[in-house]
Design a protein around this ligand. Structure first.
Ligand code: IPE
Ligand code: IPE
Ligand code: MG
Length: 223
């Protein structure tokens, strides 16, 4: 049985979910945010150490301004609402990504959530916002001021320096790609792709994927 510490999820399919019902894409994002709370609670119940959720990529700025604006407002509202769940479940909140592109108000809400949950010692919920793996690696390498850089030097400069590598990476929404998510940290992650759109992703499927993960043969290049 494999040990499971870190689950990372590419929460994809909100827009298509809304469209299926003849609604605006934003309706799907709202439903997706609600799903984050449900899955985070389950991760905490299962005693996972880290749950990293891809919420906004460095490439998502390409979307229409109205959608980007909506997502920024939703993030702020979501964090204020989620705080209660985080405190009730002893969950520590952290982020990865480049915060500097966000408004000062949003940065403040994010930092307040980090600060208020910093003494919680259960599951760590890590939100990836304005996150792109390539951007993260470039920022990391530029922080290192030496020659003959080692793997450890890079790991200590990444946004994920305090977290362990990804064990299980799940992508909802049917696409079979990583979309610039945790490329370094998923070097030996077990991948799981499901057609289920993120707002439809449920506890039963999450549990089934975890059971499947536990039985996989992780060889890490060995035999
Ligand atoms: C994922 O859902 C959420 C974000 C990227 C913010 P999408 O918005 O990508 O939904 P689809 O893939 O268009 O259905
Ligand atoms: C990946 O989804 C990013 C997030 C889930 C936040 P996208 O919808 O942006 O990915 P692509 O464009 O299909 O690769
Ligand atoms: Mg998508």
């Amino acid at each position: 049985m494999n040990d499971l510490k870190h689950v990372a999820i590419i929460m994809d399919g909100n827009g298509r979910w809304a469209k299926q019902q003849g609604k605006l894409r934003t309706f799907g994002h709202k439903a997706g945010a609600q799903k984050v709370i449900e899955i985070t609670k389950e991760a905490s119940k299962r005693g996972l150490q880290y749950l990293t959720l891809y919420a906004f990529s460095t490439e998502n700025w390409k979307r229409e301004k109205s959608e980007v604006d909506f997502l920024m407002k939703l993030l702020s509202k979501f964090l204020k609402k989620e705080l209660k769940t985080l405190m009730q479940n002893n969950i520590k909140f952290r982020i990865i990504g480049d915060l500097s592109k966000f408004s000062k108000e949003l940065q403040k809400v994010i930092n307040t959530t980090i600060e208020k949950t910093k003494n919680n010692n259960g599951t760590v919920q890590i939100l990836a916002i304005n996150y792109g793996s390539q951007d993260e690696i470039v920022r990391a390498v530029n922080k290192i001021n030496k020659k003959n850089i080692t793997k450890e030097d890079i790991e200590l400069a990444l946004d994920t320096k305090e977290f362990c590598d990804v064990d299980l990476l799940i992508r909802t929404g049917g696409e079979m790609r990583l979309s610039n998510f945790l490329l370094w940290q998923s070097a030996y992650a077990e991948l799981f792709f499901t057609k289920t759109l993120w707002p439809d992703f449920g506890l039963k499927e999450f549990d089934d994927i975890i059971e499947n993960f536990k039985k996989r043969d992780r060889r890490y290049g060995g035999i």
